[in-house]
Design a protein around this ligand. Structure first.
Ligand SMILES: O=C(O)c1ccccc1NCC(=O)[C@H](O)[C@H](O)COP(=O)(O)O
Length: 214
């Protein structure tokens, strides 16, 4: 089995970023969403981005953001990937990819097989879809530590690359990989000691667990 790529999302400090780099994660996620405990300003992201350059790819996460918000973050932080975590349509995703000239990933909330089928709508519009857990109304659309029924995406073979998110942590990520054969895993609260507070030891353990499964 090929070892999946690893994304550590919600990085907001240089210590957490360094821990992700040391643990050989592939992607660092910066959240640009004011309601999130992991939110970073463009200024903070610029500093993190400079530290990350050439060492780990930089993913900017947005929730139904307008072009000006994304443009400001792009300019400050030279993002490699735009991750869309709201209700963005395939057309909107494609438009953003064309406008900013970077890869776009679309997160899809999953609670049923029909939710997984929506991924096909994004073929050609995005580089990758991320299957994440559906979160309760009135809460954050991600980063809640909730998982979904992995059998819905087990060995998924669709017309677009994909990844698995939602409730992944050092203790369950190996099982998730074995059960789904996902090519990418994404975690946030599973490597935190409190909401928004990344734990360097948990980041290391998560990445070790991924490699042990792959
Ligand atoms: O992390 C956040 O605070 C967040 C806020 C709004 C939208 C998405 C958010 N996170 C998305 C991620 O990429 C997470 O890694 C993904 O949802 C998994 O989170 P978790 O279940 O906590 O590992």
């Amino acid at each position: 089995m090929t070892t999946p790529a690893i994304k550590i999302c919600g990085i907001s400090t240089s210590e957490a970023l360094d821990a992700a780099i040391r643990a050989r994660a592939d992607y660092a996620g910066f959240v640009f969403f004011a309601k999130s405990p992991r939110n970073v300003t463009p200024r903070e992201a610029a500093q993190l981005s400079a530290r990350a350059a050439g060492r780990i790819a930089r993913v900017g996460l947005f929730v139904d953001a307008d072009d000006a918000t994304i443009g400001e973050a792009m300019e400050a932080a030279s993002l490699d990937v735009l991750q869309l975590h709201g209700k963005e349509t395939p057309e909107r995703a494609a438009q953003l990819g064309a406008r900013f000239g970077v890869a776009v990933w679309k997160a899809l909330s999953v609670a049923s097989a029909a939710d997984v089928s929506r991924a096909t709508d994004y073929a050609g519009a995005v580089e990758r879809v991320l299957f994440d857990a559906k979160t309760p109304k009135g809460t954050l659309p991600g980063g809640m530590g909730l998982s979904f029924d992995w059998s819905l995406v087990a060995n998924w073979k669709g017309p677009v690359a994909w990844g698995l998110a939602g409730g992944l942590a050092p203790g369950n990520v190996a099982e998730a990989i074995v059960r789904t054969a996902t090519p990418l895993v994404d975690t946030s609260s599973g490597v935190e000691s409190a909401p928004g507070v990344k734990d360097e030891g948990l980041i290391a353990r998560f990445c070790e667990a991924v490699r042990s499964a792959g």
